[in-house]
Design a protein around this ligand. Structure first.
Ligand code: FO1
Length: 316
């Protein structure tokens, strides 16, 4: 299936690993500059005095070809000399920061302290890594996803996700810092000029909701008369990766692609879900089923091409 070139600018909203894989597939089939990836920053936190932006880095390393493909985050073949030295000094490093990855956090923190915005330093890091598509944080303001658990109380995202291995049952989610958060000009301009807006197969509650909560973003999206297409991160009742299915049950949803589509509601006019779930009745006006599980680079490109071809033939 060939693309006809009607989609000159595609925007995709993503969190970490799953969304980064789709963004990588899109980046490989679209010309340089034709893709903008808007990334969740609710997972960001300060650690050892450094600003860590796990989802931004996962997308950056994936598009830059540096990512550790086994785990889906971090730098391939990284070493952990600094972490080992910290352990010797009595620290208990629960968040695995590789030596090469640390360089990213040092450069970012240095730039933020010198007055750069997160958008500016992300653009610079992407240039340095030779990435030809645009990667934007959802906002420049520091926001933090807080997980209200039934057993450990309120946990900042990485403590819930990494330290507690997403085991504590979740009661509710909230985003701190929203009142100060604004839509950045590059995010606004990207959404305004998009010929299609995709929502990646990322966790709708943990990764996509924070992006949609940035003041003004949801309204802007709803106001765009272009294809707005979400992908399900749930296949046969299970999450492709991470806690999405477990979280859905804890929040009172059925863990299925149908419940994901219902959650997005009329924010999207198209919904893509896995062919293994083809029997599900989905209420979104336009739907397509494909093999959405991406093991290889070829799978990523194939899925990206099928989605864009379907959008061009059915939704444009
Ligand atoms: N995930 C883990 O499960 N354990 C880690 O120690 C860990 C370290 C880490 C360091 C840098 C980075 O960019 C990502 C890292 N991640 C780690 C992944 C990250 O916590 C999650 O993938 C996302 O925040 C969820 O989208």
């Amino acid at each position: 299936m060939a693309l006809t070139g009607q989609l000159r600018h595609v925007v995709v909203l993503v969190g970490g690993v799953g969304g980064a894989k789709l963004a990588h597939g899109l980046a490989q089939i679209l010309p340089p500059g034709a893709l903008t990836v808007i990334v969740n920053t609710g997972d960001d936190f300060w650690h050892y005095g450094l600003r860590i932006c796990p989802d931004l880095d996962t997308v950056m390393y994936t598009l830059g070809g540096l990512v550790d493909r086994g785990q889906g985050w971090g730098v391939a073949e990284d070493t952990f000399t600094t972490l080992d030295a910290l352990r010797r000094l009595g620290d208990d490093p629960w968040f695995r920061l590789g030596d090469r990855d640390l360089a990213t956090h040092l450069r970012r923190t240095q730039a933020l302290q010198a007055g750069w915005t997160l958008t500016q330093i992300t653009e610079h890091l992407c240039q340095m890594l030779g990435i030809s598509q645009r990667i934007l944080p959802m906002t420049d303001a520091p926001v933090a996803t807080i997980i209200e658990t039934t057993t450990e109380g309120a946990l900042p995202f990485q403590e819930y996700f990494v330290k507690h291995r997403w085991q504590p049952p979740v009661r509710a989610l909230r985003l701190e810092g929203l009142a100060q958060a604004a839509l950045s000009e590059p995010v606004r301009a990207a959404l305004m000029s998009a010929d299609a807006i995709l929502i990646g197969p990322s966790n709708p509650w943990l990764s996509i909701a924070p992006i949609l909560l940035v003041p003004g973003l949801r309204d802007l999206l709803m106001g765009r008369a272009v294809p707005r297409v979400a992908l399900s991160p749930i296949v046969e009742g299970r999450a492709l990766k991470g806690p999405a299915a477990k979280l859905m049950v804890e929040l009172g949803y059925e863990p299925s692609a149908r419940a994901v589509a219902a959650y997005y509601g009329d924010l999207v006019n198209g919904f893509v879900y896995d062919e293994r779930d083809a029997h599900l009745q989905i209420a979104t006006p336009a739907t397509a089923t494909f093999d959405t599980i991406m093991h290889s680079d070829t799978d990523r490109q194939a899925l990206a091409r099928k989605i864009l071809s379907w959008i061009e033939s059915e939704l444009v």
